[in-house]
Design a protein around this ligand. Structure first.
Ligand code: PLP
Length: 389
């Protein structure tokens, strides 16, 4: 069978590949300290699990509307109003199989061959691949450690052409953990207002913030920005619900309708009883989120402290998500060589920055227990000292 050309253009997910290698080593009895997973190590909070169990007991096991249960779309609309000052009704929302499918549906619904999508690097691995699958052209705009891995309004302005269809704005960021300040969001929104480009704001890490960092939704900046912004988000990271596969897309009705049409012919509705878990996540007090963020904050402080004493590593302080994105350029190794050797020589798994468009960095997720972090940092230090000597 000759495979479709579009498959050839897509790179397999390197984050999943490293994670698989680390897991295979673990299965062979090797003591691996893994910093590669992009998912919280906590269990889903009990009240969410109970709500899904109740839904099962009540027979919520059938097909539902492709766009999602009305109750969940209402809960999402209320949340977007309450937390993000974004005014949407249930008709503006599509419930998807995670944030991944919401972005994918959006790309398929809007991108035509030759359309350009602006993606600041370092970027989440799937953005460029999704654009390619939709037959668009990813326009990668590199950022630097010095600029906090943030795109400037000037850089955005310069990347815009008549073919620009979409700008992907991810804050807090995977892989860097960087959070655009409200003033920085306003400055980027100004370019959006002046040029009329469309933005997809991936806000999946919006609740995971440290040191008083604030999240401002692009669409909340002005009526013009609101009109041009589509929000993509989900429950996976905030509520430790990665396996539940619930996310959403929120935006203008014609776009949501088009994305719903695509979903209606691919996966249909998201698992019905998962959606009832998601309703509970938004309608209960948010203490569980606070507790998880506090645990992440403790780990983050510990790792940053360790990095200070390590040769060859420079790490800007991330204010959100659960990733560190240190530069390892001073070691003279590429990110792939670095991660391969670190796994082979010290049994520590990290993800090469090249997967995110930055070959002089590595990504380390601290969504893992403190014991693993402590042992992993010791090993990383041994590795770096061995290279430096
Ligand atoms: N967006 C970003 C930036 C992510 O890091 C992820 C997951 O790693 C997603 C979207 C998709 O998450 P999910 O499909 O699990 O909801």
């Amino acid at each position: 069978m000759k495979l479709a050309a579009r498959v050839e253009q897509v790179s397999p997910s390197m984050t999943l590949a490293i994670d698989a290698k680390a897991k295979a080593m673990k299965a062979d009895g090797i003591d691996v300290c893994s910093f590669s997973a992009g998912e919280p190590d906590f269990d889903t909070p009990k009240h969410i699990v109970e709500a899904a169990k109740t839904a099962l007991d009540q027979g919520k096991t059938r097909y539902g509307p492709a766009a999602g249960e009305l109750k969940l779309r209402e809960a999402i609309a209320q949340k977007l109003q309450r937390d993000n000052s974004l005014c949407y009704g249930p008709e503006n929302i599509l419930v998807t199989n995670g944030g991944k499918q919401s972005l994918f549906n959006l790309m398929l619904a809007t991108i035509e061959p030759g359309d350009e999508v602006i993606i600041p690097a370092p970027y989440w691995v799937s953005y460029p691949e999704m654009v390619k699958l939709a037959e668009g052209t990813p326009i990668i705009v590199p950022t630097t450690l010095e600029s906090g891995f943030k795109i400037s309004p000037d850089q955005l302005q310069q990347a815009i052409t008549p073919k620009t269809k979409l700008f992907v704005f991810n804050s807090p960021s995977n892989p860097t953990g960087m959070v655009y300040t409200p003033d920085e969001v306003r400055a980027i929104a100004k370019v959006v207002e002046e040029t009329g480009i469309w933005v997809v704001a991936d806000e999946i890490y919006e609740k995971i913030l440290y040191d008083g960092a604030e999240h401002l939704s692009m669409g909340a900046v002005s009526p013009e920005a609101y009109e041009r912004t589509i929000v993509s988000s989900g429950f996976a990271k905030t509520y430790a619900m990665t396996g539940w596969r619930v996310g959403f897309l929120a935006g203008p009705v014609p776009i949501i309708k088009a994305a719903t049409k695509i979903q209606g012919h691919s996966t249909s509705n998201v698992c019905t009883f998962s959606q009832y878990g998601a309703i509970a996540a938004y309608s209960h007090p948010q203490d569980c989120v606070q507790e998880m963020v506090e645990a992440f904050a403790e780990r983050r402080a510990f790792i940053l402290n360790c990095f200070d004493a390590m040769p060859g590593i420079t790490c800007p302080k991330p204010n959100g998500a659960f990733y560190m994105f240190p530069s390892i350029g001073a070691t003279g190794l590429t990110s792939l060589e670095f991660c391969d050797r670190l796994l082979d020589e010290q049994q520590v798994a990290a993800v090469p920055g090249i997967a995110f468009g930055a070959d002089d960095c590595i990504r380390m997720s601290y969504a893992t227990d403190m014991d693993t972090i402590q042992r992993g940092m010791e090993r990383l230090s041994n590795f770096l000292h061995a290279i430096a000597s």
